[in-house]
Design a protein around this ligand. Structure first.
Ligand code: CA2
Length: 141
């Protein structure tokens, strides 16, 4: 059985509750269920975690090393600011895909830069919640 980690950063616990025009109407629970439906036929399972705290996300990235085949990570606004999360990703072997629901390149210029993309396996932006499923499929061997 393969294992993936679905990791979401700050404010993403609000998904489905506000700003549906930007982030859609699905909740994190809906997104997790869709990933399960996508990967179950391939004998993969997913654990889901969300935190609004940088240090907590860093601890979970460290703990994920050697336990998961991949991390599907929406780092929220920490994408644009966090060298500490970048260093955490660099410190582990588990591959990370950075996912953004919205197309950050169509938005404010401060969202155009990612501190993390260059230490991630890849990046998916602007494909809505489907981006999480596409990232999960990438990790299926
Ligand atoms: O598009 C994405 O997935 C983002 O990672 C979302 C972050 C934003 O800071 C990034 O630039 C792009 C914000 C997440 C906030 O989520 C909310 C969800 C519902 C209502 C309000 C905020």
């Amino acid at each position: 059985m393969g294992k993936l980690l679905l990791l979401n950063g700050p404010n993403l616990n609000r998904l489905g509750k506000r700003e549906p025009d930007i982030y859609g109407s699905e909740t994190l629970e809906d997104i997790k269920e869709k990933i399960i439906a996508t990967i179950e036929p391939y004998q993969y399972q997913v654990d889901a975690k969300q935190s609004n705290h940088e240090g907590q996300l860093i601890d979970w990235i460290h703990e994920a090393d050697k336990c998961y085949q991949g991390i599907i990570f929406n780092p929220g606004a920490y994408t644009h600011t966090s060298i500490a999360i970048r260093d955490a990703i660099s410190s582990v072997d588990v591959p990370v895909i950075e996912v953004h629901i919205s197309n950050v390149h169509k938005r404010e210029s401060f969202r155009h830069t990612s501190m993390l993309a260059s230490v991630c396996e890849g990046q998916i932006v602007g494909l809505g919640s489907k981006g999480y499923q596409l990232a999960a499929m990438y990790f299926i061997k």
